[in-house]
Design a protein around this ligand. Sequence first.
Ligand SMILES: Cc1cc2nc3c(=O)[nH]c(=O)nc-3n(C[C@H](O)[C@H](O)[C@H](O)COP(=O)(O)O)c2cc1C
Length: 182
Amino acid sequence: MHVLGIVGSPRVNGNTDVLVDEILSGVRSSGGTIDKIYISDFDIKPCDSCMNCMSEKKCGIEDQWQAVADKLRAAEGLVIGSPVYWNCVSAQTKIFMDRCFMFLDENYDSGLSGKKGAFAVACGAPNEEMTALTRIVIEDFLKFNKIEIIGGIAASNMQERGSALKDENILARAFQIGRKFM
Ligand SMILES: Cc1cc2nc3c(=O)[nH]c(=O)nc-3n(C[C@H](O)[C@H](O)[C@H](O)COP(=O)(O)O)c2cc1C
């Protein structure tokens, strides 16, 4: 099982990054292979709804998206990680999801279907309810693409860059999610 972690936070070693890493550690401990990208490392523009993907089977925007798409095709499992920004996914995560529209065919069947998926969400507020909308957005993305959701982690009280590293319970839960990919 080859699993790709997709970090939708621009903060390297931030909470989303740590949670995605921990899930990937679980994958590796079970014998899987891993890869990880930060969406913000790529020059990826927002979807412009040109619908070239529907007519030509190819995204019409010329940027670095193809490199990301190739990694998605190569993965059997995906971990989508996003911080909560204003109650929802980060802009980076939203652009990533919108650009995945190119995987849909004319019947809205997805080229990502059949993969396994997990999510990791981090918010600063002390109550986990603050992650609710972000989780729904990511879970709906996974469901629409017929990616089997094997688990997810929603971490609250993650105000500082290193908050997740101090929360052993959250780290242990994330690791166990990674093991479920296998
Ligand atoms: C632009 C922005 C908007 C945010 N909005 C929220 C919010 O609506 N609710 C919340 O609980 N935390 C919010 N936060 C805090 C982050 O969700 C929190 O610090 C999270 O751990 C950041 O993840 P990261 O370390 O992976 O970047 C916001 C942070 C930023 C920078």
